[in-house]
Design a protein around this ligand. Structure first.
Ligand code: ATP
Ligand code: MG
Length: 222
């Protein structure tokens, strides 16, 4: 049984702080939802909104699918990178929100002969936060890899000899360049998606569908 404090009759939306929250603000507005606190400045993890039937929960970006999968949140906003790594079980993904756009890429030290290493059948050491996605990518290419799981600053791995290559998000490429790395292969184009708990979508559609529709009307608007 769920603990009584967890009972909330309305719709719970899971978001992460920073980029996702900032880029989602106009979509919330389009849906007539105004948070009553700013997550960047508040320590509150449950944010009420001006609608008593809607609340926000602020979680780590990579935890958003988990909250929605188990129904602790009905709706969430998560990057495709995070969704690929999670697997997407229990999640309905009705909308590409076209925000937080970047690319998931393989990057190497400038001058590293990536194509040659693959051709020779070299065993690559790959450092990444995206273990499952990277494993699948290299398995499809038939490239043997040793995966090294990291939680951040992937760029450092090749510079210190921890790994030969990294799999990481790239937007401008400036961070790679500053660390004398270069992107050599795209794994996926990334943007944030609206996700909905599959059971909530079926059982609580009258409450959830209007929010999804309002978000969809806001996609692409400034
Ligand atoms: P945490 O800080 O909790 O470790 P995180 O670093 O993944 O998580 P963010 O940097 O806010 O958190 O990234 C959240 C999402 O935004 C990512 O999953 C990705 O989809 C997208 N994203 C990350 N970096 C960029 C970027 N440079 N440009 C555009 N979108 C990005
Ligand atoms: Mg980040």
């Amino acid at each position: 049984m769920m603990n009584p404090g967890a009972r909330f009759e309305g719709v719970t939306i899971a978001l992460s702080k920073g980029r996702i929250f900032e880029d989602t603000a106009h979509l919330l507005k389009a849906a007539g939802i105004t948070p009553l606190a700013d997550p960047e400045h508040s320590r509150q993890l449950i944010l009420p909104t001006d609608r008593p039937d809607v609340r926000l929960v602020i979680v780590r970006a990579s935890d958003v699918p988990t909250y929605v999968q188990y129904g602790a949140a009905d709706i969430g906003v998560a990057g495709k990178d995070v969704l690929m790594e999670h697997g997407g079980g229990g999640l309905y993904q009705p909308l590409d929100l076209q925000i937080a756009k970047c690319r998931l890429m393989v990057a190497v030290p400038q001058g590293f002969d990536y194509a040659g290493a693959i051709r020779r059948g070299a065993r690559l050491r790959v450092a990444t936060k995206y273990e499952t996605t990277a494993r699948n990518h290299f398995a499809e290419k038939g490239v043997h890899v040793d995966l090294i799981k990291l939680y951040g600053s992937m760029e450092l791995a090749p510079l210190t000899g921890l790994a030969d290559v990294i799999v990481d998000l790239v937007s401008s490429g400036n961070t790679l360049k500053a660390n004398r790395l270069e992107a050599v292969e795209e794994i996926a184009a990334i943007s944030a998606r609206l996700i909905v708990n599959v059971a909530a979508w079926k059982l609580n559609r009258s409450r959830i569908a209007p929010i999804v529709e309002a978000f969809s009307r806001g996609v692409g608007l400034p």
